[in-house]
Design a protein around this ligand. Structure first.
Ligand code: AMP
Length: 184
């Protein structure tokens, strides 16, 4: 049973790798960013509440994302494993997730940290040019990552759940290293 959490700065290639691996393992790729963007596009109550935060590169309030993840992990296709991409983003969310997984009898998760130097991340983000990728917003998202999300690396390291993967290599090389890391 594969249950993986993907951690890494925006622009680390996290989404691409998580998606490919999930497809390969035939388990759902659960991206909170994707779910939120879809909700925004559909103008659901969740999307409307999340919009202003996303537009500014800020985190959507924990309570909203937590509810979303809880609902998603309760779906039938999530009972045979999953890859979480973009959640948790704060220590508070990580504590919530740990309790949720115990409650759902889905513990035993491992965490992949995609490591990429700051300057590489900035260059990649500027080249990517998504709608929310203006320079100010990029800078803010990196700051939020550094202060809110990066502490999770240590959090999971202390729990001996952390697998580090060098994200600063070609897409194929990252995939290979990733597959080796989760197989060991
Ligand atoms: P992402 O595609 O993962 O970069 O997420 C895009 C945006 O969605 C982020 O900049 C946040 O505004 C929001 N978001 C995604 N996941 C979370 C989360 N776990 N907690 C709070 N906000 C989130």
């Amino acid at each position: 049973m594969t249950r993986l959490i993907f951690l890494g700065p925006p622009g680390a290639g996290k989404g691409t790798q998580a998606k490919a691996l999930a497809e390969h393992l035939n388990i759902p790729h659960i991206s909170t960013g994707e779910i939120l963007r879809q909700a925004l596009q559909d103008q659901t109550p969740l999307g409307i509440k999340a919009q202003s935060y996303m537009d500014r590169g800020e985190l959507v309030p924990d309570i909203l994302v937590q509810e979303m993840v809880q609902e998603r992990l309760n779906q039938p296709d999530a009972q045979h494993g999953w890859i979480l991409d973009g959640f948790p983003r704060t220590v508070n969310q990580a504590v919530f997730l740990e309790k949720l997984l115990v409650k759902l009898d889905q513990s035993g998760e491992m965490v992949v940290s995609l490591e990429v130097p700051d300057d590489v991340v900035v260059a990649r983000l500027l080249a990517r040019g998504r709608k929310d990728d203006s320079e100010d917003v990029i800078r803010r998202r990196l700051e939020v990552y550094r202060f809110e999300t990066a502490p999770l690396i240590n959090h999971y390291h202390e729990q001996q759940k952390l697998l580090k993967v060098n994200g600063n290599q070609s897409l194929e090389e990252v995939t290979t290293e990733l597959e080796l890391a989760i197989a060991s």
